[in-house]
Write a protein that binds this ligand. Structure first.
Ligand code: SF4
Ligand code: SF4
Length: 308
């Protein structure tokens, strides 16, 4: 196969495996201005208790340190937009754990590549120091929008991103240089905690961070801002006009389980550890843990003076 044929084959295989879009970037060190932006965000402490974001920066800024001999970064995005919402849980988390689903498919992609050309590669999905949205932008998938989401023109931002770092040279896509946010500020206006502002993003104030990553006591009266969502927050995603192009996912693993869809307010308030384990086996919600999920549910109830 020529380089061009192999590149086209990889992209068509990615679509066959269920990815909505696939692009390829040349593996090279991340430029200084991107590193400086990242470093100043960390120095300002806006990452809160996510200390892992401070570690492995040598690898984060140089993909060749993650995979020796890496020449190309194949970036693929898979749609998670829900057909039906589960009360209380962010859209992305109502199906199976995306880390595993995406990585499994990237392994299949690697297998397909190896069936036509010997290659060494390693898949990643939100589990290693990879600047995922940056590489998605470099691979021409879309732009990093004001709400921090990778947004794909004509498709919206309800996508998981996965990367396959590989030691073969391919044809590279043109990076997305334009933002299609324009003068819009809807995500900023709709952010309930001002985590998003003209100054950028402060994870410490973000409901997604507070309900999932943060292990301590929740700030006072935060339940009022959470409204009824006790795992994550979709406000800045729902506010974005580009998501009017979202279509419900066709990936079976990302469709919400019937037992989750049927959960009523009282069921959540009386959730036992046993039920939690059954509901969230093989789910990203496991990251939060039972006690923390109940902490969130209680915050909504006590701060709103009523049920969920
Ligand atoms: S997820 Fe919610 S709290 Fe976090 S930035 Fe978006 S709107 Fe704000
Ligand atoms: S809501 Fe508007 S500003 Fe925010 S990400 Fe979407 S288009 Fe950009």
């Amino acid at each position: 196969m020529t380089k061009k044929e192999l590149t086209e084959y990889i992209k068509s295989e990615a679509l066959r495996l269920g990815f909505t879009v696939c692009g390829i970037a040349k593996a090279e060190a991340v430029p200084g201005d991107v590193i400086a932006g990242y470093d100043s965000w960390i120095e300002a402490g806006k990452h809160g208790t996510m200390h892992y974001l401070q570690r492995n920066c040598d690898k984060r800024f140089d993909p060749m340190r993650l995979v020796e001999g890496c020449k190309s970064i194949i970036v693929a995005a898979m749609n998670y937009a829900p057909e039906k919402e589960v009360n209380g849980i962010a859209w992305y988390a109502t199906g199976s754990d995306y880390h595993k689903v995406i990585k499994d498919r990237l392994y299949l992609l690697l297998q397909s590549i190896n069936s036509v050309q010997k290659a060494i590669g390693r898949p990643f999905c939100d589990s290693a120091p990879v600047l995922e949205r940056y590489w998605a932008m470099r691979a021409g998938l879309g732009w990093i929008a004001r709400n921090r989401q990778l947004t794909i023109k004509g498709k919206g931002s309800c996508f998981f991103i996965g990367e396959l770092l590989i030691d073969i040279e391919l044809d590279y896509d043109r990076p997305t240089e334009k933002s299609y946010c324009g003068e819009c500020r809807k995500c900023i206006d709709r952010c309930p905690t001002r985590a998003l502002s003209e100054e950028g993003f402060d994870a410490r104030k973000c409901l997604s961070y507070l309900t999932i990553e943060y292990r301590g006591e929740l700030p006072e009266n935060i339940g009022e801002k959470m409204k009824k969502t006790f795992y994550g927050c979709d406000c800045c995603i729902k506010a974005c006009p580009h998501n009017r192009f979202s279509e419900p996912t066709r990936i079976a693993e990302f469709k919400a389980k019937e037992e989750l869809l049927s959960m009523k307010t009282a069921d959540w308030e009386e959730l036992t550890k046993e039920r939690y384990d059954t509901l969230f086996a093989d789910s990203a919600v496991e990251r939060c843990g039972y006690e923390q999920l109940m902490r969130n549910i209680k915050a909504i109830k006590s701060d709103n003076g009523k049920s969920l």
